[in-house]
Write a new protein. Structure first.
Length: 378
């Protein structure tokens, strides 16, 4: 087989060596180009079929490469991610009969194979092979991005969201120039609220400046807005954060919805915000229905109270109590007096007696639904 292939390569080399495009009829140039394209595809197909098995020779570690991908990239003159895609495709091919067939038939270009590989599954391979034949490169890229987004399970997205929440941070420092600088990280929904508040306040700062005949860059107004808001001098503004959500996910209470920037936010967070009457406008993804526009309020909306009581099984959640009488809604994580939000996650059902212990006598409710703890005062 090797001898046979070597003969093919050397004939192809001889043809290229003798090529003189100027002497060709243009239509012959088209035909020759088609054949070279076919040759390229079949060559990439062969290489893809062999790549995984070739790494078993361990040449990559003997030659001092850190990974098989580094070795393959160097060997084939591709970059690391192309080499990785080639190896991934090589490994996956046994479970992808449609791709296997398309490759052997020379129906996939190197670029197309590289594009679809990260998105390929047994479920979508026929779809993607078909799309490769008809889509433009740009369309194929978008299609693959959608396929990958659809594959990321709700759980992975939720885990990522929770990690980002855990890694939330704010730091500030004085730079060499003597300027105060800062850097922050938090979840996309919190960020969207901050952005909306700054944008609304910046609009007011701009109008005030304009009235006085001052002009500054928009970024400067946003900086002024941030200071106003933090120092409490900001006017109360009706900010609205738009979130896109799927009606079935809202109903099921699971999965992710998106901020206007396309970042993922767990649907349970959104439900909490809707119920809490926070600065949220939820637009259903079918695009026709705006579910709710609501504003922040100091009182607990009745629908939220109902949702919390229902979650808590119409009982006081204090372990050992479970009373069904005189139920009240308690801000258990962040106290109402400390501007604790009337959000789903901050509320719990307590009987009036326990609610008083928690509010006035230093007792504390901790944990969460399914895992409530009652901490007595020291
Ligand atoms: Zn109780």
């Amino acid at each position: 087989m090797l001898e046979q292939l070597r003969e093919v390569v050397s004939s192809a080399k001889a043809i290229v060596a003798a090529l003189d495009p100027a002497s060709l009829h243009a239509l012959d140039a088209v035909s020759l180009m088609d054949e070279f394209t076919a040759l390229e595809r079949i060559a990439v197909a062969g290489r893809t079929f062999l790549a995984a098995r070739a790494t078993d020779a361990n040449e990559w570690s003997r030659r001092g490469y850190r990974t098989p991908e580094d070795w393959l990239a160097n060997k084939t003159g591709t970059n690391w991610s192309q080499a990785k895609n080639c190896l991934d495709a090589s490994v996956k091919l046994t479970e992808l009969p449609a791709v296997d067939q398309a490759l052997r038939a020379g129906k996939l270009s190197p670029a197309q194979l590289n594009e679809i590989t990260p998105a390929l599954t047994a479920e979508n391979e026929q779809r993607l092979v078909k799309a490769a034949a008809s889509d433009s490169a740009r369309q194929l890229r978008q299609r693959c991005q959608h396929e990958r987004a659809a594959q990321r399970s709700g759980e992975e997205e939720l885990a990522r969201y929770q990690r980002i929440h855990k890694e939330r941070s704010f730091r500030s420092w004085i730079d060499p120039e003597g300027a105060w600088r800062c850097e922050a990280k938090t979840t996309a929904d919190v960020g969207a609220r901050i952005d909306a508040a700054i944008a609304a306040e910046a609009e007011k700062v701009f109008k005030a400046a304009h009235a006085e005949g001052r002009r500054d860059p928009a970024a400067a107004y946003r900086a002024d807005a941030l200071v106003n808001l933090i120092e409490g001098g900001g006017s109360t503004v009706d900010t609205v954060v738009v979130l896109r959500a799927d009606a079935t996910k809202i109903a099921g209470g699971e999965g992710m919805c998106q901020t206007a920037d396309g970042a993922d936010v767990p649907v349970e967070v959104v439900i909490g915000e809707i119920l809490a009457g926070a600065f949220v406008k939820v637009v259903l993804t079918d695009g026709t229905d705006i579910m709710k526009v609501s504003h922040p309020g100091r009182h607990i909306p009745e629908e939220l109270r109902t949702a919390v009581t229902e979650r808590d099984g119409y009982r006081c959640v204090r372990p050992g109590c479970g009373s069904i009488h005189r139920l009240e809604t308690h801000h258990y994580r962040i106290d109402y007096g400390k501007r604790g939000p009337t959000a789903y996650w901050n509320l719990a059902t307590l009987c009036r007696h326990d609610h008083r212990l928690a509010t006035n006598r230093g007792h504390r409710l901790d944990g969460g639904p399914g895992d409530w703890k009652w901490i007595e005062p020291p």
